[in-house]
Design a protein around this ligand. Structure first.
Ligand code: DGL
Length: 275
């Protein structure tokens, strides 16, 4: 039987965007065994109701539990924002880490003027989870937020450079900042798909604005939890497992962009989430 320390870390996202979180975890913890599940058949989660996202997220993370994982990382901002308590209850006693709290913590640490901006999916913005998480840490912070759904579509097309993403970014960032009384000095990329537009977003936001990507802080939180619960693995690293609910070839192609290295089609296994 595999010891608890040697078990895999399960990472879940609605699609391939959470591979940025996986890359950060793999870099910080090269000894860990990782299994990633992207619910590509049902992406996007960001435009769906909280009830639907919760139901999908429970089904997807239960599929990860079949791998006897020692920890589940919810790399999807939308699922973290609307379904984390439901997931924690469904997967107990396996610990569950989301990306919203680490992102909020990083934003509060980065902000000097206490004015913070969040960009995310419609579902994340509607639920207000980032706003609550920031206020829990810094009650007098002001927070503005904006849904930027076109970024998801553009990233899924692999269309991250050139005129179109640049103009979309300019408009989103302009409208976001126009909604603020004081210009925020910190902008949270509150969606898995947004870090691939970081260059354009930084340019549109202008100097003096720090971009926060929760991938790094989430990886640090994972490392801390493994340390605290004596769950760190020591052995040699292994190739990760990639699971998708549809379109393995597309997962490999678009996923490579987020992971930062090529993924072979043959490495992606299709899974059926039907109970
Ligand atoms: N993974 C989602 C998030 O981080 C973005 C893609 C989607 O809408 O499913 O919010």
């Amino acid at each position: 039987m595999t010891s608890r320390r040697d078990r895999q870390i399960g990472i879940f996202d609605s699609g391939v965007g959470g591979l940025t979180v996986m890359a950060a975890i793999a870099k910080l913890m090269p000894h860990e065994r990782l299994v990633y599940l992207g619910d590509t058949a049902r992406l996007p989660y960001g435009t769906k109701s909280a009830e639907t996202v919760s139901r999908y997220a429970v089904q997807a993370t239960r599929a990860l539990m079949r791998f006897d994982v020692k920890l589940v990382v919810v790399a999807c901002n939308t699922a973290s924002a609307v379904a984390l308590p439901v997931l924690a209850a469904a997967l107990a006693p396996v610990p569950v880490i989301g990306v919203v709290e680490p992102g909020a913590r990083a934003a509060v640490a980065a902000s000097r003027n206490g004015h913070i901006a969040i960009i995310a999916t419609e579902g994340t913005v509607r639920g207000g989870a980032y706003v609550r998480a920031v206020h829990a840490l810094k009650p007098n912070a002001t927070v503005v937020q904006k849904a930027c759904p076109l970024f998801v579509a553009l990233a899924e097309e692999g269309w991250t450079e050139g005129d179109v993403p640049e103009r979309v970014t300019e408009r989103y960032v302009r409208e976001l900042f126009e909604s603020a009384d004081v210009k925020p000095d910190t902008l949270v990329l509150g969606c898995t798909h947004f870090p691939v537009f970081a260059k354009q977003i930084a340019k549109a936001a202008g100097s003096g604005v720090t971009l926060v990507d929760s991938a790094q802080t989430t990886a640090t939180e994972v490392a801390q939890l493994l340390q605290a619960q004596n769950l760190k693995r020591q052995g040699a690293g292994e190739a990760p497992l990639f699971l998708a609910t549809d379109a393995a070839e597309r997962f490999a192609r678009v996923g490579s962009l987020f992971l930062g290295r090529p993924i072979d089609n043959a490495q992606v296994e299709l899974v059926d989430l039907a109970p």
